[in-house]
Unconditional design. Sequence first.
Length: 170
Amino acid sequence: MVIKALILDVDGVLTDGRLIYGPEGELLKVFHAHDGLGIKLLMAAGIFVAVISGRKSSALEQRLDDLGIDHKVLNCRDKVTALSDLSNKLNLTLAEIAFMGDDLIDLAAMRVAGYALAPSNAVTDVKKIADYVTDTSGGQGAVREACEHILNLKGKTLASYFEPSETNQQ
């Protein structure tokens, strides 16, 4: 199995799943810095990262822009079609894609992806079909843990990106 892309749900995966509305009715979201670094290092390792979410918000779009995630499908009602479209756009097979979800709406996409991941606070039915369940909850570093897991499958670690190379030790 070779994972070449990680597709993420947002609410409950990149966030803790709570929906917080501001005084003007705007949707606020809280993201974890550990997830961001994991995503950036996974992309540095040559693995595409994309998002498929049932919601759209300016906070989410800002976070995705900050992370350099160009491939995103927001306000999505059919995650399997979105996953297939992203697969074609990235020129990958579904078997080369990992999908991380946490709720029932994610089940179908998790079933068609080559590898399924879930945060520890996912609903039971999602955890049952996941190939890997993180020890960490969504919004609390679960994506970071998933990124580390994917790199471990490739024989790499996130920490290796911070170890001095032989050329730097001269």
